[in-house]
Design a protein around this ligand. Structure first.
Ligand code: ADP
Ligand code: MG
Length: 710
């Protein structure tokens, strides 16, 4: 069922309606009246006759007319009975405000399951529980009881009522933009993030989607939906809970897992979502995307009335990969003609006092700059909007004139202007005019520059859309029968992991370059196998009960003589028995000694929220100490494999520096893709660990592989 009938409900019952102004049961009815909600309003409270003039009902099933949605404002324990009663009428949806469900404890989880079962049985869709509610700003269906929420085109999904309140307050005080919907998703017991997202994608009143997320329940479905949505409408998202303590807080807040933030954020970005790191940039990013034409290319001009702001702005833009290119000679000539001698007419342009007597010069410059064919957007920094405040009122009128002209310019030329003004928080008519013309104004230079970056990021995503993954698994990659046999054999033996040589065999069947190992059952075997190998050999214990061979002192490297091999063989067996007396020892693996190269690791696992993910990092201390790794949700493309490799901080080591040779990046990319294919094909594999993989100037070798089965 589509969410339309509940988010655009034409009748609403309020269970727990009240006459007490401190209670949601009254605030909600009042805000429905204030917002001129056109649907029917039914208070439900067995003790009252009338509330705010509306007839009160004892229970929902007593209401004569149809009821689309029920706001349940009573405590958690009462919710099952309320929903059972709702089931007697064909109620379509319920918003459950109460806390004390899955976010709290085992008892709460059980209650949440019970409530969900009752809802499913009665075809009632649930918003929440543990939510601040839902608002449809266009129909006036305001179930949050919050007054003065500005109307507009931003659809807001939030897992925190207070973050929603922050964003709504920011919109009200600092912007002329507003909201189409607010939905507090709460615990996602029934309706999930991806369903709301789909609704907002198709909602004609919404043109930007703004999200605050702590954790989500069906991450992969969300990514798939986001991939389809972001190409139509920008999605701006803040994901909190990177820190361990933050995760703890988020876990208890929403009852969803917050973990694996790196996985989440890299996946969100690949799905075309604009991921914001700082809470004060969240609303501005959405506002900018809701206001301005796209930044077609990451090349902009900075226009300043002093050096300091221009320099800071340029620094921030560089970090955001936005170019501030040289201006054409023609542009420079036109600027020189209207600016004083002291002005800087190269990019960033510094008016240098040129506006002191006449701020309309800002509009002149803006026009000249945006007509330059190498310039796709403009960031104005400094005092604009405050000349009337700082110097003389008459200048304020000229600023208004400039604001009118710039507003019309953006519309005509279809290139964005963003304004930083240090007077951004003052009551300034020129700045108000800019906002009226959809030119965002910020008093923070960082925020203003970041918003330009956001426009660029969204445009970049559009232009590379075809190359992105849609996050759908099991697409045509075929299982290989011999590989399936290896897995079946292990399962038949009740093993939860493949032995090293089995794992390598499976990898080899998919084209991965693994060491050519043989399983020796006796020391004599080992000596015989080693004879055919020139470079020396490595012996490793083979036992389903010993996953970490070094821990059992079960690995010996660089063995060259028969004597050494025999000695190592018996020591390895002895060590293994000491380590685990009950270990089922299958023999010893004889592996050719690999040449030295750069050791990297590749791992895969099943993430609770997003399903299969892959990890890449440089081995040794880089992984253990610096945790320098990159994650991607599977499947990955050749391009994302490339980006993943280049993303880690120690990438220069792979690239080769100070005379060290560079590594075979192509071979590494292919191996990452092979791993992606394998995980895509065999749902029986839970975890894979290739550690180490040795990368050479030419070629690559998987030296150790572990595959854990589900
Ligand atoms: P485990 O991870 O189970 O302890 P490995 O197979 O990774 O066992 O062996 C431990 C270490 O021995 C590896 O990290 C690697 O440095 C080295 N090693 C293992 N096999 C080889 C090989 N074939 N050639 C060179 N070095 C090897
Ligand atoms: Mg290993």
């Amino acid at each position: 069922m589509s969410l339309e009938s509940i988010l655009n409900a034409e009748s609403v019952a309020i269970v727990g309606a009240s006459k007490d102004p401190t209670k949601r049961g009254l605030q909600t009815i009042r805000s429905l009246v204030d917002e001129k909600y056109e649907g029917r309003i039914y208070p439900v409270n067995p003790k009252e006759k009338k509330i705010l003039g509306f007839t009160c009902y004892k229970k929902v099933s007593d209401i004569e007319g149809p009821v689309d949605i029920v706001l349940v404002a009573t405590p958690a324990r009462s919710v099952p009975d309320v929903l059972e009663d709702c089931g007697k009428k064909s109620v379509k949806g319920a918003v459950i405000l109460a806390v004390g469900f899955g976010e709290m404890n085992a008892e709460g989880k059980a209650l949440e399951r019970e409530v969900l079962a009752i809802a499913n049985k009665n075809n009632i869709r649930l918003i929440g529980p543990n939510t601040s509610g839902m608002m449809n700003m266009h129909s006036g269906l305001n179930l949050v009881g919050l007054r003065d929420t500005p109307k507009g085109s931003i659809g807001l999904l939030s897992q925190s009522g207070n973050m929603a309140l922050t964003l709504i307050t920011e919109a009200r005080l600092k912007s002329l933009k507003g909201f189409s919907y607010y939905i507090g998703v709460g615990n996602e017991a029934d309706i999930k993030f991806h369903e709301y997202l789909k609704f907002l994608k198709n909602d004609p009143k919404t043109n930007v989607i703004l999200m605050y997320v702590e954790g989500m329940r069906e991450g992969r479905k969300f990514l798939q939906q986001a991939y389809q949505t972001s190409i139509k409408k920008p999605i701006v998202l803040l994901k909190s809970g990177h820190s361990e303590i933050g995760q703890r807080s988020a876990g208890s807040h929403t009852g969803a897992l917050a973990g694996m933030s790196e996985v989440a954020r890299s996946a969100f970005k690949r799905a075309g979502i604009i991921v914001i790191e700082k809470s004060d940039q969240l609303f501005p990013a959405a506002e900018t995307l809701a206001s301005l034409p796209p930044l077609k290319k990451n090349q902009i001009a900075i226009l300043a009335d002093g050096g300091g702001h221009a320099t800071i702005g340029a620094d921030i833009l560089t970090e955001l990969s936005i170019d501030v290119p040289e201006l054409s000679e023609k542009t420079q000539r036109k600027l020189a003609a209207i600016l004083p001698q002291a002005a800087s007419i190269s990019n960033p342009v510094d008016i240098a006092g040129g506006a002191d007597a006449d701020p309309t010069v800002f509009a002149d410059c803006a026009e000249i700059l945006l007509k330059d064919k190498n310039i796709y957007g403009l960031l104005i920094v400094g005092l604009f909007g405050g000349y009337g405040i700082r110097f003389s009122e008459s200048l304020g009128l000229m600023e208004e004139d400039a604001a009118h002209r710039m507003g019309k310019l953006v519309k005509k030329i279809k290139k964005p202007i963003i304004v930083h003004s240090l007077y951004g928080s003052e009551k300034s008519h020129p700045l108000h005019l800019l906002r009226y013309y959809n030119i965002p104004v910020y008093d923070s230079l960082d925020v203003a520059a970041k918003c330009m970056g956001v426009l660029g990021e969204y445009e970049n995503y559009h232009s590379s859309y075809q190359a992105k993954t849609n996050f759908v698994l099991n697409q045509g990659v075929k299982k290989i029968p011999e590989a399936t046999e290896i897995i079946s054999k292990a399962k038949a033996e009740n093993r939860s992991a493949l032995l090293e040589h089995e794992a390598k065999q499976l990898l080899a069947l998919h084209g991965a370059p693994v060491t050519k190992d043989r399983l020796a059952k006796t020391a004599g075997n080992a000596v015989e196998f080693a004879k055919k190998i020139e470079n020396g050999v490595v012996l490793k214990i083979v036992s389903p009960d010993i996953l970490h061979k070094s821990d059992a002192r079960g690995v010996r490297v660089n063995l060259r003589t028969e004597k050494d091999i025999r000695k190592a063989y018996s020591e390895i067996i002895k060590n293994a028995k000491e380590y685990n007396p009950n270990a089922d020892i299958r023999g010893v693996l004889v592996s050719p000694m690999a040449n030295a190269g750069t050791e990297v690791i590749i791992g895969t696992k099943i993430d609770d929220q997003f399903g299969p993910v892959i990890m890449f990092g440089i081995g040794g201390i880089m992984v253990e100490v610096l945790k320098d790794v990159a994650f991607r949700v599977l499947p990955i493309s050749y391009n994302s494999a490339k980006k993943m490799i280049r993303e880690i901080r120690s990438y220069p080591i792979l690239k080769g520096f100070r005379g060290n040779p560079s590594c075979d990046e192509r071979a590494l990319r292919r191996l990452l893709l092979t791993c992606s294919d394998i995980i895509d094909s065999y749902e029986e594999i839970r975890e894979m660990d290739l550690n180490p993989v040795i990368v050479y100037e030419k070629g690559i070798s998987v030296v150790d592989a572990r595959i854990i089965l589900s």
